[in-house]
Design a protein around this ligand. Structure first.
Ligand code: BGC
Length: 746
């Protein structure tokens, strides 16, 4: 890249050669201790248990600070780094900005439900602008772990179960956070995490070991990460857990062979928090010294807060176990990012900027739009929705109906005070003249608290209700519902029930919510169920008995308005599920792209997978309804045969056959019928979200080429493309029946 002036910025984008030269000049004057400092990330004041951050930074002992969210503090610490430390190298300030900084967007699982990568890109653009104005340089996102087990709490942070959708969302988020180039103004450096396989924790238990074949890793778990590298992501984070008996944070295959060797990643890798120290607990490293040596040799550049690198790397170099060149190689990409971000020229942040930036009306507009596009209509019997805007008497019932925490959702920015429009507020705003009565019913709580509860969810700190208080709340809710013409039930999970350290053994509605739903449903009034939750829930009773169900996920700070927009028909819902909904928690993991070993799905013989319950999903991957209807017809594959390495166009026509404008997400699935390896019964290989007026028809075109038709084969031990026959389906979800044949030949 040559010298390029960027409008609106101070200075210019340095060329690669210029960056390299500056990095080498810095390295030449740095002591070994300072180099190790660059490989060290320390916790900010509130988190740090060790020496004071100021003292560490003054000695050049830290390259980055995490878990600090205070603009003034950033400037104070930065001043120490650039004025008092030996080589005056600026710090990188890092935080988890996962779905918004002050303007909170829908959780990533919700944004994936939009099947609209532009939604995620714009959301992360806003998040980056606000975070950067606060003084942050680096976010620990996007989270790219494929998650096929709904019990795993962190399913909320990613794009769901599918590698193709996941890769599209990955690239969009990297582009949103980083902008057109690394170091772009008003953007932050992104971090693709957690590399790799974390979502496949055994039993859905967070942090538990993962056993995945190389084929599963490469075909399913890697694609979003590779997409992030292609999009130019600046950093990676290694995962916590043990992968096939080699912990991810000491895993050379992941961090060196694949990430750098095969994908050409040029940025740096940070460990997950304490993960280098954990190599000892995992029974991998003998002691801290061994852990430091093995993490660094595997390709891990920066130690997040375990203090293992600063304690042991110097000794390892002095006794010759590690070469100075190994340390230099680890430091280079960290310095390069600081140079590219212009931190040497502009280390400080203008403390007056943040409040102006977060107040920008377009941020709220984007958040509302993202929430509208993320919601999934799961059921709408008798066209109960949309509700009439002239309703006079509505009851809003449920423990989440007025919860800002549950509306904003999991993974709040550290130190953030929730300020969401709740469902209650959204409905009251939409129906100014109506009587809108509210009763929360019994509260819901997690049984076993996690460390995060205190940081992230104020509801966890409340004194628990007694059973008697809960009973009063229950009866009050039923009475309130009885007096209304329409009942909106807002049920689901508190913010601290999904996320890190928030796995569940059951997917039921927690607490007495289903009991309340049943008690309200027998009143004979129209009942709409709005779900606020961070994972698929086993709402089997509701799916058969409650006429209208809207999956709103954790929709962010404008969530209440967006829900009202949909409930009253100002916006037609068009999102689709990026995850399969199992009928029960004990059915997880359940996902659509499975291999078949016995009877085909749909045949009577398929059902005996369990004798005590249907093995099929409650709602399939890709599913979602609209206030209008669509037909998808005229599937054509441009050629019946295509050569290995060649491409073929697949087209279909989609028509809005209903009364109102609406969005359809057209999906392309394939199945390879035989080959070197057995292949999943269906795999998503294309999608497009379209807005159609009533009666309007459009043609969608997809391309199937080697990227879609090839795969990493266990039998061949490499990427291959078989000359074999394929099924092709196009439709509205993963059960699409519109079919064509395709033969790939030599
Ligand atoms: C999580 C990461 C996160 C880090 C820093 C860890 O516990 O696994 O996703 O980025 O903490 O907050």
């Amino acid at each position: 890249m040559g010298e390029m002036m960027i409008p609106g910025t101070v200075g210019s984008v340095p060329s690669d050669t210029e960056v390299d030269a500056r990095v080498e000049a810095l390295l030449e004057r740095m002591s070994l201790e300072e180099k190790i400092g660059q490989l060290t990330q320390i916790g900010g004041a509130s988190w740090n248990q060790g020496p004071k951050p100021e003292d560490v930074i003054r000695k050049g002992g830290a390259g980055s600070v995490l878990w600090l969210n205070d603009t003034q503090q950033f400037n104070l610490l930065q001043k120490i780094a650039v004025e008092e430390s030996p080589s005056k190298i600026p710090l990188l300030f890092a935080l988890d900005v996962i779905h918004g900084y002050r303007t909170i967007f829908p959780v990533p699982l919700a944004m994936a439900s939009s099947w609209d990568p532009a939604v995620a890109e714009r959301a992360q653009t806003v998040a980056a602008r606000e975070a950067r104005a606060a003084g942050l340089h680096w976010t620990f996102g996007p989270m790219l772990d494929i998650a096929r087990d709904a019990r795993w709490g962190r399913i909320v942070e990613g794009a769901g179960e599918d590698p193709y959708l996941g890769a599209a969302m990955a690239a969009a988020q990297v582009n949103g956070f980083q902008g057109p180039f690394l170091g772009a103004p008003d953007r932050v450096v992104a971090c693709a995490k957690h590399f790799a396989g974390y979502g496949a924790a055994e039993g859905g238990r967070d942090y538990d070991p993962v056993y995945l074949s190389e084929a599963q890793l490469r075909n399913v778990y890697f694609p979003p990460f590779e997409a992030a590298v292609k999009a130019g992501v600046g950093t990676f984070m290694s995962a916590y857990m043990d992968l096939n008996n080699v912990p991810a944070s000491g895993n050379r295959f992941l961090l060196s062979d694949v990430l750098r060797g095969e994908w050409g990643f040029k940025g740096f890798v940070v460990s997950d928090a304490m993960a280098i120290g954990n190599l000892v607990i995992q029974g991998f490293a003998r002691d801290g010294r061994d852990a430091a040596m093995r993490a660094l040799s595997a390709g891990l550049n920066m130690d997040m807060a375990s203090n293992t690198y600063p304690q042991h790397l110097a000794g390892l170099v002095k006794d010759g176990t590690l070469a100075l060149a190994d340390i230099d190689a680890a430091v280079r990409p960290i310095l390069a990012i600081k140079v590219r971000m212009g931190l040497f020229e502009h280390p400080y942040i203008d403390e007056s900027k943040l409040e102006q930036v977060v107040a920008l009306p377009e941020h709220r507009k984007e958040a509302r739009n993202a929430a509208q596009r993320s919601m999934v209509l799961l059921r709408n019997e008798g066209h109960l929705l949309p509700l009439s805007g002239s309703l006079k008497n509505v009851a809003v019932i449920g423990p989440l109906a007025d919860s800002m925490e549950a509306t904003e959702g999991s993974w709040m920015v550290f130190g953030h005070t929730p300020a969401a429009v709740t469902v209650l507020e959204g409905i009251r705003t939409r129906l100014p003249g109506a009587k809108v009565e509210y009763a929360p019913g019994p509260e819901i709580r997690r049984d076993i608290a996690s460390w995060f509860d205190n940081e992230m969810d104020a509801s966890a700190k409340k004194v628990p209700q007694t059973p008697e208080q809960a009973e009063v709340a229950f009866q009050t809710a039923v009475v309130t519902a009885r007096n209304a013409d329409v009942i909106v039930m807002v049920l689901g999970e508190n913010a601290n029930m999904a996320g890190e350290a928030a796995s569940r053994a059951s997917l039921d509605l927690p607490g007495r919510q289903e009991e309340l739903l049943k008690a309200v449903s027998v009143l004979g009034k129209p009942v709409v169920l709005v779900l606020l939750n961070g994972r698929p829930l086993s709402i089997t009773w509701a799916a058969e008995n409650v006429p209208a169900i809207l999956e709103a996920w954790e929709p962010g700070s404008q969530g209440g308005h967006a829900i009202a927009d949909i409930l009253f028909g100002d916006v037609n819902p068009g999102g689709k599920l990026p995850v399969t909904f199992p009928r029960k928690g004990s059915h997880a993991p359940l996902y659509y792209a499975r291999n078949l070993t016995h009877s085909p799905e749909g045949s009577p013989m398929y059902n005996p997978r369990y004798w005590d319950g249907l093995p099929t999903p409650l709602y399939p991957f890709g599913y979602g309804l609209s206030y209008t209807t669509f037909s998808i017809t005229n599937l054509t594959v441009a050629a019946e045969r295509v050569k290995v390495g060649g491409s073929v166009a697949v087209t279909a026509e989609v028509t809005n056959t209903g009364p109102v404008v609406g969005d359809e997400i057209v999906q392309l699935y394939i199945h390879q019928k035989a080959g070197s390896d057995s292949r999943p019964m269906r795999e998503l290989k294309g999608f497009e979200r379209l807005t159609l007026k009533p009666g309007e028809t459009r043609t969608v075109t997809f391309t199937l080429g080697p990227a879609e038709l090839g795969y990493w084969s266990t039998n061949a031990g490499r990427w291959i493309q078989d000359a074999e026959a394929f099924d092709v389906w196009v439709g509205a979800d993963s059960t699409a029946t519109l079919h064509a044949d395709l033969v790939v030949g030599r």
